[in-house]
Design a protein around this ligand. Structure first.
Ligand code: NDP
Ligand code: 8X3
Length: 249
């Protein structure tokens, strides 16, 4: 039977690669994001049925309308990939714009909650499903300037585990995919469009690719039902941990 995946933030990076990966494996895709022209271009390249929804996940009413308006042939949703998210800025906590913090909380936490809470009753009614959330290594390991971004991803990790606790009897899986340094538009967004600053992050290294992450998402989504992957943490081969800071004097 044809399976269906709903992906938020499919206009770029991991979401785009994930849509292409599921499509290659014969799944139907529901692709969403704010940039309609990118959704249209992606949809044109997918080979299986795809439904594109221009959607800002921070807008609760739009999220509810998007799920309520799904065409019958795209229901039920087998897998929801809560991928839409962003980091804004790398300023220290005493200097950052509060609006940047609010945008990360609204997108990475509240947007993910709106999509999850709206999708779950549909999955329960269908007898099962799987929620895959994009966390980050920033949710486990602190770094200067990671402040609220990392905290939102720590939320994603714990929420995913708690989802599983609520949903185990309802045949609904939950997985946190937590990548490290990966070359997407992530840094361009973090540096507010400063492409040269963003490019410098990936200059001279081999970061994780969007396809690597799509692999992990697809693998987690397709384990047999006697297995739930709680979380996958993955770092670039060139990335590891810093020593603790010790300030003298
Ligand atoms: P990109 O910037 O390439 O993609 C982000 C996607 O999120 C875009 O499709 C964007 O679409 C979408 N998005 C952002 N805000 C909203 C919103 N309000 N409503 C709907 N969609 C939105 O970055 P990545 O692919 O790297 O990031 C995907 C996820 O992975 C994020 O949650 C990020 O935090 C996480 N991550 C990224 C890592 C990295 O190093 N790249 C590492 C670990 C985790 P549009 O602008 O069209 O709305
Ligand atoms: C993005 C990974 O290490 O840039 O979530 O914070 S990192």
């Amino acid at each position: 039977m044809t399976k269906t995946v709903f992906i938020t933030g499919a206009t770029s990076g991991f979401g785009d690669a994930t849509a292409r990966r599921f499509d290659r494996e014969g799944w139907q895709t529901i692709i969403s994001g704010r940039r309609t022209e990118r959704l249209d271009a992606l949809k044109a390249e997918l080979t299986n049925p795809s439904h594109a929804i221009t959607l800002d996940v921070t807008d609760r009413a739009s999220v509810e309308a998007a799920f309520a308006g799904l065409p019958a042939e795209f229901q039920p949703i087998d897998v929801l990939v809560n991928n839409a998210g962003l980091a804004v800025g790398l300023e220290g906590a005493d200097a950052v714009a509060l609006e940047d913090w609010e945008l990360m909380v609204d997108t990475n936490i509240k947007g993910l909650l709106y999509c999850t809470r709206t999708a779950l009753p549909m999955m329960v009614a269908a007898g099962g499903g799987h929620v895959i959330n994009l966390g980050s290594v920033a949710g486990a390991y602190p770094y200067p300037g990671g402040n609220v971004y990392g905290a939102t991803k720590a939320f994603v990790h714990q929420f995913t585990l708690n989802l599983r606790a609520d949903l185990v009897a309802k045949n609904i899986g939950a997985t946190d995919i937590a990548p490290g340094l990966a070359d997407t538009e992530f840094s361009t967004v973090r540096f507010k469009g400063d492409k040269s600053k963003a490019d410098a992050v990936y200059d001279g290294i081999k970061p994780i690719t969007a396809d690597d992450v799509a692999d992990a998402v697809f693998w987690a989504a397709t384990r047999p039902k006697n297995v739930n992957i709680n979380s996958i943490e993955m770092m670039a081969g060139c990335q590891a941990f810093n020593p603790f800071q010790v300030v003298k004097g």
